[in-house]
Design a protein around this ligand. Structure first.
Ligand code: 5GP
Ligand code: ZN
Length: 140
């Protein structure tokens, strides 16, 4: 797509530090790493959000994440990684071409779990959980 930074990276018009490529996906280093080895995994085709990916593309992205995460960890001697999507503008997505962040983690890196975004675990009783589960399932 014109005017998409990540489409331009896939096309080679903007340089990037490639770590992996296959028919449907591309993985490259984030230019502003949150930790050494911070890697982005994207579909080669332009889809704005996770919600927009056809199942085959989503599957390919998932496989690439599973391939690249252990390699990114091993490359920087990390013992874990945070894997996350900012899925939509309200969630902090800045580049509107779906991308998974793989950020290598270590016990002493001072980082937090994803739960820290919301100040820790929330609370809901069984009735609320059951109602929300029914609502979500009803949308599928
Ligand atoms: P978002 O906030 O959309 O989830 O994350 C976008 C990410 O893309 C950021 O972490 C940012 O550093 C990275 N990024 C933005 N522009 C470029 C670029 O031109 N090249 C690379 N390699 N990363 C980029
Ligand atoms: Zn794009």
């Amino acid at each position: 797509m014109d005017d998409c930074i990540f489409c331009s990276i896939v096309d080679g018009e903007i340089p990037s530090y490639e770590v992996y490529e296959d028919e449907a996906t591309y993985a490259f280093l984030d230019a502003n790493p949150l930790a050494s080895g911070h890697t982005l995994v994207i579909p080669k085709a332009h889809h704005e959000r996770v919600n927009d990916m056809p199942a085959t593309v989503a599957g390919a992205v998932g496989r690439t994440i599973a391939t690249v995460a252990p390699a990114a960890e091993a490359a920087v001697d990390a013992t874990a990684s945070t894997i996350a999507y900012n899925n939509g503008e309200a969630a902090g997505q800045e580049v509107p071409h779906v991308h998974a962040h793989i950020v290598p983690r270590s016990p002493d890196d001072g980082g937090q779990p994803v739960h820290a975004l919301f100040g820790g675990p929330g609370e809901a009783d069984d009735a609320e959980l059951a109602a929300v589960a029914e609502d979500v399932a009803g949308q599928l």
